[in-house]
Design a protein around this ligand. Structure first.
Ligand code: GCB
Length: 589
């Protein structure tokens, strides 16, 4: 789905701001017709975008995963008379039912990808409209991610038993309208999708393919890359156009030189331009070859972090100041990459990464999927369908970003139990959607027990030596890592990306020798893992867990936050950040 942009033919109006909300613990909202306007009594104000949890002050509100109704009254600009009008949500977590003027127009499942609905026939230009959205974050064995699992099934479902809110994973299940809400107007026909692919790139000569989907009646599509003097037109056939074209004199996109070309798409009808769209596009190739990950044919070594979209009060909502700060800190510390652990991030972050040359592993929200919780064929099939839909929405949203060098279809799912061809099927599906990027799952299995990695292009592994085992024994790191890394390599012969390793450190806690939870221990553990990993030539990157401390559920294993950040939750560097900066900054590319 296209990122909303203002162009010569498109206009935007932001619906971000303070909305009204009311909670619905009895699930009476439909019966009481909240879609005709939520009750005045007890309604609160909430900032959109933003998670609702930390904005409010009551415990039940903070912990809520149940129905919350959002309401906004807005006007469609009078000048939009005669135009097509769309309402687009960047992300609503986890599920949304959208009502406009009392009419249900859309439902969407999946907390981190956009969806839109056409308002042309329901919302009159110039007049006031009533927008009501029912949001919930009720998770089950067949949602992605899962939640509310019975710990008795064992495996990952038994992790963090008693965690409150009831999820078995290690971050807070923030809910709400997390990303911008936009109203936009187009002409009677519009460019609905644009997909650009770099098929080959050698010495400045590139071969590309464009696929453009059109919604409405038009005749032809014009594609231009003005900077490289490329222009082509094609007649529309069945609402779509596919065209291959060559570019000469291309400066490839890379972290050192994140060159983006403006690709312009115009839709024409009766000799006039009825819609136009422009996207910044980086031309580059990514390949896995032997034990290497190659960008434009050159081996890559990833240095960076697993992150979270997480900040005080804002929760998981889009916060542009945090985007700016985090990018600055990634550069300050000398990192070149991050993973969107454990869900797709806001497109604003990807557009920023594209502009600034930060490499991204783009992950779905399939975190810690329990295969043991879906042993019935019907529930297994339902989970697979949800997971597939989320992969499709992710690839459709993000495939044009040069910064994305691989798709991670999930993190720490049960890839070591019998699950038919669940993971292989999804890897093949992702490759069918996008043949130009490597695909992986991030695993936390023993090499001998891993059942799915034969299907991956590279293997993401999470390793916690001297933290979850061998407590306090930093000297156990090298042998433990050597065993795991050579085990994966010997068995699968695929490049390995260490996606997580680290230690909690409570900022300000020190000790004269490295003790767990101190800043000294975290810093030394990180150094030792980096040293050990560097001895394995098929390790193509190391991502520290985590960039910053982040909010988790209530559980005896955590003090409010996961403290594995090398920055605090408010982005102050711990000792480990300085250690990384000394190692990484000189190599920054
Ligand atoms: C993991 C998970 C991550 C946790 C981390 C930890 O393996 O992938 O979500 O936060 O470990 O700190 O335990």
């Amino acid at each position: 789905m296209l990122y909303p942009l203002e162009t010569a033919t498109r206009e935007l109006k932001s619906l971000d701001g303070l909305w009204r909300v009311c909670f619905d613990p009895e699930h009476q909202g439909l019966r009481e017709r909240y879609f005709d306007g939520i009750p005045r009594q007890g309604a609160l104000e909430i900032a959109v975008p933003g998670s609702l949890n930390e904005q409010l002050t009551q415990r039940e509100q903070y912990l809520n995963q149940d129905f919350v109704w959002y309401e906004l009254r807005f006007r469609v600009p009078a000048a939009w008379q005669g135009r097509r009008i769309f309402l687009r949500f960047g992300a609503v977590t986890y599920r949304a039912d959208v009502f406009v003027n009392g009419q249900q127009l859309a439902s969407h499942e999946g907390g981190y990808t956009p969806f839109e609905v056409e308002l042309t026939s329901v919302a009159q230009a110039g007049s006031e409209q009533l927008l009501v959205v029912r949001v919930d974050s009720l998770l089950s064995a067949t949602t992605v991610p899962q939640g509310g699992l019975d710990p008795k099934v064992g495996g990952v479902a038994a992790w963090r038993a008693g965690n409150n809110p009831d999820v078995h994973w290690d971050f807070f299940p923030f809910m709400g309208i997390h990303r911008p809400v936009v109203l936009y107007a187009t002409g009677s026909a519009r460019i609905a999708s644009v997909r650009l692919e770099t098929l080959a790139l050698h010495g400045g000569e590139a071969q590309l393919r464009a696929r453009i989907g059109v919604d409405g009646a038009a005749e032809r599509v014009r594609l231009r890359v003005p900077e490289l003097k490329m222009e082509q037109t094609r007649e529309l056939a069945g609402g779509a156009v596919e065209l291959d074209f060559a570019l000469s004199g291309v400066e490839p996109w890379s972290p050192r030189q994140p060159k983006l070309y403006e690709v312009e798409v115009q839709l024409e009808s009766a000799g006039a331009v009825v819609d136009d769209y422009a996207l910044p596009f980086g031309v580059r190739t990514v390949q896995v070859q032997g034990g290497k990950l190659l960008l434009n044919g050159e081996p890559l070594q990833l240095r960076g972090f697993g992150k979270h979209e997480d900040a005080p009060i804002v929760g998981r909502g889009l916060s542009l100041p945090h985007l700016v700060k985090d990018l600055g800190l990634l550069r300050w510390v000398g990192a070149n990459s991050f993973r969107t652990s454990h869900y797709p991030y806001a497109e604003e972050a990807l557009r920023q990464a594209d502009r600034h040359g930060i490499l991204v592993i783009d992950e779905t929200a399939a975190n810690t999927l329990s295969m043991r919780a879906v042993t019935e064929p019907a529930s297994r099939a339902a989970l697979l369908a949800t997971h597939r839909a989320q992969i499709q929405e992710l690839v459709e949203r993000d495939a044009n970003y040069a910064c994305i060098i691989a798709w991670s279809l999930g993190n720490e799912c049960e890839t070591d139990v019998e699950s038919g061809d669940y993971f292989g099927e999804l890897v093949r599906y992702a490759k069918q959607l996008d043949a130009t990027r490597p695909v992986l799952f991030v695993v936390n299995t023993e090499p001998a027990a891993e059942r799915a990695a034969h299907d991956f292009d590279l293997i993401g592994v999470n390793l916690y030596p001297a933290w979850y085992g061998d407590c306090g024994k930093l000297e156990a790191i090298a042998p433990s890592l050597d065993r795991a890394l050579s085990g994966f390599w010997e068995r699968f012969k695929k490049p390995i990306l260490i996606c997580e390793f680290g230690a909690d450190a409570v900022a300000g806690m020190h000790s004269e020798y490295p003790l767990m939870w101190s800043e000294e221990y975290q810093a030394e553990l990180i150094e030792r893992v980096l040293d050990a990993a560097a001895r394995h030539p098929y390790v193509v990157g190391t991502h520290v867990w985590n960039f910053a401390d982040f909010k988790v559920g209530q559980h005896p294993g955590r003090v409010m936050l996961n403290h594995k950040g090398v920055f605090t939750r408010d982005r102050t560097p711990k000792m480990a950040a300085h250690v990384l900066r000394r190692r990484w900054l000189p190599n920054r590319s």
